[in-house]
Design a protein around this ligand. Sequence first.
Ligand code: G1P
Length: 294
Amino acid sequence: MPAIRTVIIPAGGLGTRFLPATKAIPKELIPVGDRPVLQWGVEEARASGIERTVLVTGPGKEALALHFARDLRLEGALAASGAVELLEQVRAISALTEVDVVEQAEPLGLGDAVLRAVPLVRGEPAVCALLPDDLFVGDPPLLRQLIDAYAVHRCPVVALRRCPAAEIGRYGVAAVEGDGPIVRVTDLVEKPRAGEAPSDLAVMGRYVLTPAVFEALAHTPPGALGEVQLTDGIRGALASGPVVGVEYVGRLCDVGTPEGWVRTLVELLPADPRLGPSFRAAVAALVADGPVVP
Ligand code: G1P
């Protein structure tokens, strides 16, 4: 069976949940540790065997693709100053992935963003999709866990996580059959109203998508929030074949809001090879002496 080689990364949003930081800087370029959120996502895809990224961007978001392009001026300057390690890091970013860009002129929803990418993935039996707001930490990489399930079941795959009742209405929610970690999805609801969720299993930001999903999406009207929802497209694909869910191992951190981003830094930085020592020292000083700024 041919391997999955492409990941679609929807990144056309306005970043309204992270304003004012995201007024001029795309939210996907906000750093976690020493690299932008988007690079974390592409690194996960690469570690899962993915070679190519289709970025669905919006107007004014050219910097996303530039992050992965060679910058010969920068490389020349680093080489001239003998900054060998930095030079290697900068080159390694461009070696992570091939990048193709397609523009979503208006933010009409996640399903609409995925539809924009379809002409660039025609002929591929399946592709991955990754929402960069959800940063994954764990082993094996989350996309790899989904690709492994696809290799067995050869159908669309969603990532699932059990979620407290108070939060479930923010997500796509799956009705399922079977006992985990791989379950059969029988229905999907995007952002159910209180008391109407079919289960406590939330769809998280990783997918394997097949042409059956694209076909259904093309005929999917706007749903929750008046947007074309990817969840509804996957639900549509249930009419033509199975969909499975993976109750994954590892942790997804929400970096799409300032609150989630701060929590993620506190969770990840202690173990960061470069920033861990200074972060731990700052936290130890905070605990011992109280805040520096009263
Ligand atoms: C999107 C999807 C939703 C999914 C969520 C995961 O929602 O539409 O089904 O559960 O990502 O983070 P959004 O976060 O864009 O509202």
